[in-house]
Ligand binder design. Structure first.
Ligand SMILES: Nc1ncnc2c1ncn2[C@@H]1O[C@H](COP(=O)(O)OP(=O)(O)OP(=O)(O)O)[C@@H](O)[C@H]1O
Length: 250
């Protein structure tokens, strides 16, 4: 089977600023692949290009076998994108189930399958019992799980997660990790952008660290730690993004 994400020299400039500069990604089916980098490194810009929301200004990317520019519709049908920010305010007046039903219609889940599919994804993320409560009564962790469920409605081949545990407490983060891991056990591919190194260490099969839009290093968490002889991905990250040097010299 081919690669799920395959990019060459993928780039995006905003004016003179190169937000993403020559990214080469090769992500295989069933992998959890981490995109790591300091604030402003280019993670969200990369994700927006891969999910067809932003055209690249250079290079190419194929997602699920389709070019993100020439075959954007084919790509969109095959991916789920769970964005960083919490759900828009309007949704708070709906129940979790109602929100998922609206999203299912937007994702073109067939009408006759819609209610059953909504039930399935809510079950998958452990929200069946809270499905008929208002979203505004959900905790932050429940809202993130509802967002995850909505990203799964159309059974995507690739799930793109931007900071899926931002702002969650330890217990909710562990729950979310379990859900993500179980999706991959069933063959889904996940692209995960995160600022949490412990999250990347636990979840990612492989990862790449980007800084100023460029890849600085890539590999499995174990390889990256072993190469530097350090115990944590935090140390790997700080060394490769140069922040440790600045701290030492300052
Ligand atoms: N629409 C835009 N117009 C101009 N500059 C932009 C635009 N979007 C992003 N940028 C710039 O591109 C760079 C990369 O931003 P991006 O949001 O991709 O970073 P990030 O790695 O996702 O950061 P964070 O961890 O803070 O979410 C930043 O310098 C940002 O200011």
């Amino acid at each position: 089977m081919g690669l799920i994400i395959d990019s060459e020299r993928l780039s995006r400039a905003f004016g003179d600023h190169r937000a993403v500069d020559g990214l080469a990604l090769a992500i295989a089916p069933g992998e959890i692949f981490g995109l790591l980098g300091p604030n402003g490194a280019g993670k969200t810009t990369t994700i927006r290009m891969l999910s067809t929301l932003l055209p690249p200004s250079g290079g190419t990317a194929r997602v699920c076998g389709f070019d993100v520019v020439r075959s954007a519709g084919e790509v969109r049908r095959r991916i789920g994108y769970v964005m960083q920010q919490v759900s828009p305010m309007g949704y708070y007046l709906l129940t979790g189930r109602e929100k998922a039903e609206i999203e299912a219609a937007l994702y073109h889940v067939p009408r006759r399958r819609l209610k059953a599919r909504v039930g399935e994804v809510l079950e998958l993320v452990g929200l069946s019992e809270s499905a008929d409560r208002l979203v505004q009564e959900y905790s932050g962790g429940m809202q993130k799980r509802l967002d995850l469920a909505c990203g799964l409605l159309h059974q995507p081949e690739l799930l793109i997660l931007d900071e899926p545990t931002l702002g969650l407490d330890v217990q909710s983060r562990h729950h979310m990790w379990d859900h993500i891991r179980s999706l991959c056990d069933e063959g889904m591919t996940v692209l995960l952008a995160t600022n949490y190194m412990d999250e990347a260490d636990r979840l990612c099969d492989r990862l790449t660290i980007i800084d100023h839009g460029r890849q600085v290093v890539g590999g499995t968490p174990a390889e990256l730690k072993a190469a530097l002889g350090v115990a944590t991905l935090d140390e790997v990250f700080l060394r490769h993004t140069g922040h440790a040097l600045r701290e030492e010299s300052g």
